[in-house]
Ligand binder design. Structure first.
Ligand SMILES: [Cu+2]
Length: 492
């Protein structure tokens, strides 16, 4: 009798603890909480980086989701257009937020202007194809299916119409959050970020309209790796923001189609990560792996002001393919935690610059055949900051004995064609600039396209007391095709 009572007391104590426990690490109960109650609710959908408000519900409801597929041309990088296929007009698609146990009535519409049929596979659906089997939708049509959100978590959705890889590569993915019954712990800010890899016929940053390149996609050699579908989608005046002391929650997805993401925020440590979007929580995480077709929820507290850079830590993707976003934290310094000197502009380069509007303007003017030296110089300035200033310094002064000056450089003034060669093919061995000897190595900067080299050199020629002049992209093209002069010995 006594033993029984004790057991009962323990049982009651244990269940009293349960709500507390589940707040810290929500339990993965499969949630059929019975038929929907109350009036049907229309889900609030948001475009990235915004997240719909919490459902704030303690009962299962019928939730109606209206999502429209739109095929549209947008900028993938400054001056580079790409025809994306989208869920809701954005890449990634609209964020959907429901509660575990909700009955979701899904309406998929395909805009009459579309050229392709599309469907949707939601990883949060229990059923064949995650909804794909019931949602094949021709242009100008609508499909409807209903599912019960049984499992809580953060789930990827994507198009699964053949060729599946192509639909995904064109931006057809997004996230659906299935909140646990008690909701997620309160935070101050929530953001929606999703990585994707893109395959264009032209090279990285090659201007104009760029078509999808199936061969590159099959070879898994992306031209761009991006957060939220465009280079600069989350930098400059589009950066995400928070204040010191605020708790920030990031819903981070990876649409792929091919790459997995080593997701990292430079200068921050995640207090908690629900890795793989699952229920377990990992604490004190530097970099979390997000598989293609997977997602994670990462939270951290902003402690020190500054620009925090979200990257795929497979780092060439960040600095040479666009996988870079900024979270700007404002507030008072805390010298006890961090001493100062803000983020280094050179480290970020032009990839994080406010925007490259001048570069786009120059491209347009060039296409129209009326490009002035001034426009070229403006475009060149932004590019110089991201490419050359790391060695030659922002003011062109160089570093004594290490990097020769570009300011008032007699070497430059003597032969501009030679300077084009230096940028394209690099330079090594002894050179004398303004009476000073340098014997070092400049690597070839041949990742720059002809436009970019022309603009940078026009900027250099018209800055810091240099003689002025203009370098055209035709000049660069000719030098690129020509053999590097013997003096440029750096290996490409
Ligand atoms: Cu599709």
């Amino acid at each position: 009798m006594r033993a029984l009572n004790l057991a009962r007391t323990l049982l009651v104590a244990a269940s009293a603890c349960l709500p507390l426990l589940s707040l810290a690490a929500p339990k993965a109960a499969t949630g059929d909480f019975g038929p929907p109650r109350g009036e049907p609710i229309h889900a609030v959908l948001t475009s990235p980086p915004h997240v719909p408000p919490p459902t704030n519900r303690n009962y299962p409801a019928k939730v109606i989701v209206d999502l429209e597929v739109v095929e549209k041309t947008m900028q993938i990088s400054e001056g580079v257009n790409y025809t994306f296929w989208t869920f809701g007009g954005s890449v990634p698609g609209s964020f959907i937020r429901v509660r575990q146990g909700d009955t979701v009535e899904f309406h998929l519409k395909n805009h009459p202007g579309s050229k392709m049929p599309h469907n949707i596979d939601l990883h949060g659906v229990t059923g064949p194809g995650g909804g794909a089997a019931s949602s094949f939708t021709a242009p100008g049509h609508e499909s409807q299916f209903t599912f019960k959100a049984l499992n809580e978590g953060i789930y990827v959705y994507h198009c699964a119409t053949a060729p599946v890889g192509m639909h995904v590569a064109n931006g057809m993915y997004g996230l659906i959050l299935v909140e646990p019954p008690q909701g997620l712990p309160k935070v101050d800010r929530e953001y929606y970020v999703m990585q994707g890899d893109f395959y264009t016929a032209g090279k990285y940053r090659e201007k104009g309209n760029q078509a999808f390149d199936m061969e590159k996609a099959i070879d898994e050699k992306p031209t761009y790796v991006l957060f939220n579908g465009a280079e600069g989608a989350l930098t400059g005046d589009k950066a995400m923001t928070a204040k010191v002391g605020e708790k920030v929650r990031l819903y981070v997805g990876n649409g792929g189609p091919n790459l997995v993401s080593s997701f990292h925020v430079i200068g921050a440590i995640f207090d908690q990560v629900r890795f793989e979007g699952g229920t377990n929580v990992q604490k004190n995480v530097q970099t979390t792996l997000i598989p293609a077709g997977g997602a994670a929820i990462a939270t951290f507290t902003a402690k020190v002001p500054g620009s925090y850079v979200l990257v795929d830590h497979s780092i060439f993707r960040a600095f040479n393919k666009g996988a870079l976003a900024i979270l700007k934290i404002e507030g008072d310094e805390n010298k006890g935690i961090y001493s100062g000197k803000e983020l280094d502009a050179v480290y970020l380069g032009d990839r994080a610059g406010p925007n490259l509007a001048a570069v786009a303007q120059a491209t347009q003017a060039a296409a129209a055949g009326k490009l002035t030296a001034d426009e070229q110089a403006k475009a060149g300035q932004a590019l110089f900051a991201g490419t050359c200033s790391v060695c030659h310094q922002g003011n062109g002064a160089g570093m004594p004995g290490v990097f020769p000056p570009l300011a008032k450089s007699d070497f430059l003034a003597a032969d501009v064609k030679r300077a084009v060669n230096v940028v394209l093919h690099g330079l090594s061995g002894k050179v004398t600039v303004n009476g000073q000897e340098y014997n070092s190595v400049m690597p070839p900067m041949n990742q720059l396209n002809d436009d970019e080299v022309a603009n940078i050199l026009t900027y250099v020629l018209n800055s810091w007391g240099n003689p002025g002049g203009q370098v055209s992209k035709e000049d660069v093209k000719a030098q690129r095709a020509a053999k590097p002069p013997a003096q440029n010995q750096a290996k490409e």
